[in-house]
Design a protein around this ligand. Structure first.
Ligand SMILES: [Fe+2]
Length: 252
């Protein structure tokens, strides 16, 4: 099966449009969404409607922002003031149908096929960030899946776990570039973040997404330029904190 991997769209319609246009001619059987459809950006209804329109083609897990927008008592205390303000603004704006779609998102991890799972933060906890090898080590211990796709950190990266004679070795790498192709070793295990569609944080302002061919075990990461300033202007026009628009310019 071939999957389009989308994560952390964060109400950025301009970025989502660019990604879907870029991916339009790539053969795929389904879409895997790793959470955070909303929060930070200024087009929550348009983004959720595009995901809803994919119907059964998309399989999703909930992100922490999706959860907090529906109920601020479920973790808003961990948000900075800008994120809290965007979550409250989003909650007021969401249509009933879009609210229900977000409410129906399931808590990860979610099994997609034998050995393949998706989650938001880590397989153990949707709020946990995986930045370091020790953090990834704990995450590998919490799942038996061979390949796990995760989001939440907004940084495209890969952790690879191999075993030789009972000894484990774990390597983490950042994934940089316009197109990165990785053939996964069937004898090793992987945690892979396809990056954020709508709010990249690796100093590359381009939208990030992935494709995964589970038969060939080939993962490809793509970066796509989009109209960042239009997304920024939309945030300013909505009266949201300007830093939420400005950070898009720098991918930070
Ligand atoms: Fe996020």
């Amino acid at each position: 099966m071939r999957y389009l991997l989308l994560s952390d769209i964060h109400s950025n319609l301009e970025a989502l449009r660019a990604v879907m246009a870029h991916a339009a001619r790539k053969r795929r059987d389904g879409v895997l969404f790793l959470g955070d459809a909303v929060g930070y950006g200024a087009a929550p209804n348009q983004v959720v409607e595009r995901l809803r329109m994919m119907g059964n083609l998309v399989r999703s897990v909930r992100g922490n922002h999706d959860r907090v927008v529906l109920d601020p008592t479920q973790g808003a205390v961990f948000f900075n003031s800008h994120a809290r303000r965007a979550a409250a603004w989003t909650a007021e704006l969401l249509t009933g149908a879009n609210h229900r779609w977000l409410d129906a998102l399931t808590l990860g991890p979610r099994v997609i096929e034998e050995g393949l799972e998706i989650c938001h933060g880590s397989p153990a906890d949707e709020d946990e960030y995986l930045f370091t090898e020790p953090e990834a080590q704990m995450a590998f211990a919490s799942t038996r899946a061979s390949v796990v796709f995760f989001g939440h950190s907004h940084v495209p990266c890969m952790f690879e776990l191999s075993e030789h004679g009972g000894r484990q070795s774990l390597v983490g790498v950042l994934l940089r570039g316009s197109r990165v192709v990785i053939d996964l070793d069937p004898s090793r295990r992987y945690l892979i973040n396809p990056g954020s569609v709508g709010q990249p944080r690796d100093r590359d302002s381009r939208a990030s997404y992935g494709l995964y061919d589970s038969e060939a075990r080939r993962f490809t990461l793509y970066r796509v330029g989009y109209d960042v300033d239009a997304a920024r202007r939309r945030i300013l026009a909505a009266g949201l904190p300007s830093i939420l628009g400005d950070r898009l310019l720098h991918g930070a």
